[in-house]
Design a protein around this ligand. Structure first.
Ligand code: RM4
Ligand code: MN
Ligand code: MN
Length: 425
């Protein structure tokens, strides 16, 4: 990103922005110290972007690419670098193997550095058969009845970790599509025991400073049962693997109306919340823009995260945050920037909650007051705070507008072509 173009664009909006900052401080009753504290926290809140989310996903009617999609890992890194340079909110990238196999780790490291990025987690894929693969995952991977299939899936995970080691990642994320389609197909207890045994083998093979994240999901299309359908199963598997295995919560992996914020609170209580996948949904694993549909729920989740981070009795408050979304109608780069903004909005609002007043009201069972305190923070307009955080860290006052007025997509199309296709979903 050419910094001088960014500066000129920011210059045009700076006077209006400064007015809005003053107004916000006044409305939110933030003195200078409180304002600095919140803006500083917003600045440091970073979310990883997955390499597989830079292309366009499919709709029922087809796939409608925006054009100029990145067709190599290098180009994906370039796109995340662009997103980070405008938002200053996405300083890492998550890789799915084998969708994105780094061929020359040293060159990739250099490119990451140039774009001020690191590798967050590496993700294994035993939910799709690959062409060169010897055995099929038609009936599952880590849970499979056949020793050879299970070993192949274990070996793949070990291989993914090896790729990650070369790129300084320290986190392996495992999501399994394993399950059954009909009653009677699985011996539930044995299938679970086989899965645990496979996970333990992978866990034991990881370097000592690596963490394993175990993601759950209640259903897949046409499924009768999932091997890891819920947080309880993920938690038991993590416990049985060891201290460096933790639970990953993907917002879209819950049945409608599940109280996700309470799950987050529980996992923090057990010190086992390790990762978070952000997305938005109305019914299922829709992978829409984070916060597009249920912003209050997102705020309540952040409220749990912030209270957890402030509580010294929470053992393991470090959480790896990632966007796990699919962009079917919107431009993927715009959509990711939109999600980043909504995530930081929910975070900033959670930071505004008056904790001591809330604790007092909770203690006194003053239900009305409790809710008022949360609502007051949720209804606050934090946009000037977010813009200030972006500005201070060298980003754009208005990233999506900048992306459009600078015709960045058009530039990508002319360099990469109208029909270039990204690997991934
Ligand atoms: C799954 C799950 C995983 C993601 C894949 C692509 O539903 O959310 O995290 O890696 O999709
Ligand atoms: Mn996910
Ligand atoms: Mn998902």
């Amino acid at each position: 990103m050419n910094n001088s173009i960014l500066e000129v664009a920011n210059e045009q909006g700076i006077a209006r922005h400064q007015q809005q900052v003053e107004l916000a401080k006044d409305l939110l009753e933030l003195n200078d110290a409180a304002f600095e504290n919140i803006v500083g926290k917003i600045e440091s809140f970073q979310v990883a972007v997955p390499s597989w989310a830079l292309g366009t996903g499919g709709t029922r009617f087809g796939r409608f690419p925006a054009g100029g999609e990145p067709s190599s890992l290098e180009e994906k890194i370039e796109d995340v670098g662009l997103i980070h340079s405008l938002t200053r909110a996405a300083n890492s990238i998550s890789l799915h193997i084998p969708w994105d196999i780094p061929k020359d780790a040293a060159a990739i490291q250099q490119l990451l550095k140039k774009n001020e990025l690191t590798i967050d987690s590496v993700n294994s894929n035993t939910f799709q058969d690959q062409k060169e693969q010897k055995r099929s995952y038609k009936f599952g991977s880590l849970c499979h009845t056949d020793d050879g299939v299970r070993q192949q899936a274990i070996d793949h995970n070990i291989d993914v970790v090896q790729h990650g080691v070369k790129l300084n990642s320290k986190v392996l994320t495992i999501w399994l599509a394993d399950g059954s389609n009909f009653p009677g197909q699985h011996h539930f207890r044995r299938a679970f025991a086989r899965t645990l045994d496979s996970l333990q083998k992978i866990y034991r093979s990881m370097p000592a400073d690596w963490t394993m994240l175990i993601e759950y999901k209640p259903y897949e299309p046409s499924f009768y049962s999932m091997i890891i359908p819920d947080w309880g199963t993920s938690l038991k598997l993590s416990d049985a693997c060891g201290e460096r295995a933790n639970v990953l919560v993907d917002l879209g992996h819950h049945l409608p109306n599940t109280n996700i914020e309470q799950i987050v609170g529980r996992l923090l209580h057990f010190g086992r919340l390790g990762g978070f996948h952000f997305n938005g949904s109305q019914y299922g694993d829709d992978d829409l823009t984070t916060g597009a549909i249920k912003p209050y729920q997102l705020f309540l989740i952040f409220h749990e995260l912030v209270t957890g981070a402030n509580d010294s009795s929470v053992k393991n408050p470090h959480v790896a945050y990632m966007i796990d979304a699919s962009h079917n109608l919107k431009d993927p780069i715009e959509d990711l920037m939109n999600s980043l903004e909504n995530i930081r909005t929910a975070y900033a609002k959670a930071l505004l909650v008056d904790f001591s007043a809330l604790e007092k009201a909770q203690q006194e069972n003053d239900v009305t007051k409790c809710e008022q305190i949360l609502q007051a923070a949720f209804l606050a307009d934090v946009r000037p705070l977010l813009a200030e955080a972006r500005l201070r860290s060298g980003g754009s006052l208005d990233p999506i507008n900048f992306f459009r007025t600078q015709k960045i997509r058009e530039g990508l199309i002319s360099r990469r072509g109208k029909t270039s296709i990204a690997t991934g979903l």
